[in-house]
Design a protein around this ligand. Structure first.
Ligand code: NAP
Ligand code: G4F
Length: 349
């Protein structure tokens, strides 16, 4: 394959951000190549709407099997695809799970990034064609925050195996930028959500439960720390910042956030009130959802991305909660109808 101006390779394309980013890139005319893991049942629900007939010559989305544990497989793929931009979004991305699977999380979320960087570096050296690299860094790296709001220069204090792995991934990306003249940028993204959010993250867990409670499919919602605060934005807005970073002449690191923080309790209040319910009647605390070490407060200062890239969030906290509840209420109504008709419900994002 020869290098064309707009060819992107996206790891994590089946995830929340990957699906929005693929939509954005296809909309801008890119040829998009995505890495997917082989699974015993389909795992492409979030991007199925982007896949046209494989025999249709106009299709610009290509999926390739691979895994972040397989460095030589990644290198072969990147050499074959010859992308001009690489977005590394794949990760074991669940903080609580990382306490149960610390070694696995370090391997995927941490070392997986080093494997990607090495594959990109080798391909660029062989072909002489520049490749721009985006790393999905996280506000979890700030952890037990040493200052507020958090900026690009706030020191990291990771509080979970996931966050430690992300700090490694962030630092190795900066190291490859400085050592090999790689156009590699890190987006330090604060929490971002959507109707496509995985349903074990707290916002989606809440919006799913609100829909199901409203239609009578569920009685209670069990949560952990309700006082924890996050700077929540909409994933569709945040993928635009990723793309903007790779359009700059110089690589750099940017905090992407709304600059507003809310508690899990406030998210519950907003979601339940959207369907005229009071969260206090349904939410109960289950210590199983507490973490061995917690991140209690995150608030981002996105001045740099606003002024340098001209990026700003479009969806507010209230707009996000309403969007998620409305979507999950519709899903719950479909689930209820299917159940009432005696059919098995097949969910979608
Ligand atoms: P997500 O929905 O959990 O998606 C993770 C993606 O990684 C999925 O496509 C998953 O594939 C893939 N993946 C997992 N392990 C893999 C492996 N071993 N090899 C190849 N692919 C693998 O996460 P997200 O919310 O879209 O987040 C995207 C990235 O941004 C992640 O790196 C996350 O850590 C980071 N981040 C997210 C946020 C946020 O608030 N959403 C904030 C800051 C940073 P399967 O579908 O097969 O599981
Ligand atoms: O939705 P969460 O699981 O997201 P968390 O831990 O902030 O991590 C997410 O955002 C990071 C960016 O800061 C990403 F890097 C990471 O990949 C992921 O996308 O939990 C949010 C808060 C936490 O304080 C948690 O303790 O909600 C609290 N919480 C309370 N009850 C709960 C629950 N979280 C989950 N998942 N489930 C609960 O029942």
């Amino acid at each position: 394959m020869s290098t064309i101006a707009k060819r992107a390779f996206v790891t994590g394309i089946t995830g929340q951000d990957g699906s929005y980013l693929a939509e954005l890139l296809l909309g801008k005319g890119y040829e998009v190549h995505g890495l997917i893991r082989r699974a015993s049942s389909p795992n492409t629900a979030r991007i199925d709407h982007l896949q046209s007939d494989p025999h249709d010559a106009r299709s610009r989305l290509f999926l390739h099997y691979g895994d972040l544990t397989d460095g030589s497989g990644l290198a072969k793929l990147i050499q074959a695809i010859q992308p001009s931009e690489v977005y590394n979004l794949a990760a074991q991305s669940h903080v609580k799970v990382s306490f149960d699977q610390p070694i696995y999380t370090s391997d995927i979320t941490g070392l997986g990034t080093a494997r990607m960087l090495q594959a990109v570096r080798e391909t660029q050296e062989h072909s002489g064609q520049p490749i721009r690299f985006y790393q999905a860094s996280s506000s979890e790296m700030f952890g037990k925050v040493v200052e507020s709001p958090q900026t690009e220069s706030t020191p990291f204090y990771p509080r979970s195996p996931y966050a430690v792995a992300k700090v490694y991934a962030h630092c190795i990306t900066v190291n490859y930028r400085e050592s090999y003249n790689l156009h590699a940028s890190c987006g330090i993204l604060f929490n971002h959500e959507s109707p496509r959010r995985g349903d074990t993250f707290v916002t989606r867990k809440i919006s799913r439960a609100v829909g199901r409670i409203k239609v009578g499919l569920q009685d209670k919602l069990y949560l952990g720390n309700l006082d924890s605060k996050r700077d929540w934005g909409f994933a569709g807005d945040y993928v635009e910042a990723m793309w903007l970073m790779l359009q700059q002449e110089r690589p750099d690191d940017y905090v992407v956030a709304t600059g507003v923080t809310h508690s899990v309790r406030e998210f519950c209040e907003r979601c339940f009130s959207r369907v005229n319910l009071d969260y206090r009647d349904f939410v109960e605390i289950d210590p199983r959802y507490l973490r061995p070490a917690s991140v209690d407060y995150l608030l981002g200062d996105a001045s740099k991305v606003r002024t340098t890239l001209g990026w700003k969030p479009r969806v507010s906290f209230e707009g996000l909660a309403d969007m998620m509840v409305d979507s999950d209420l519709e899903l719950a109504q479909q689930e209820k109808s299917a159940r009432d008709a005696g059919h098995e419900y097949v969910g979608h994002y």
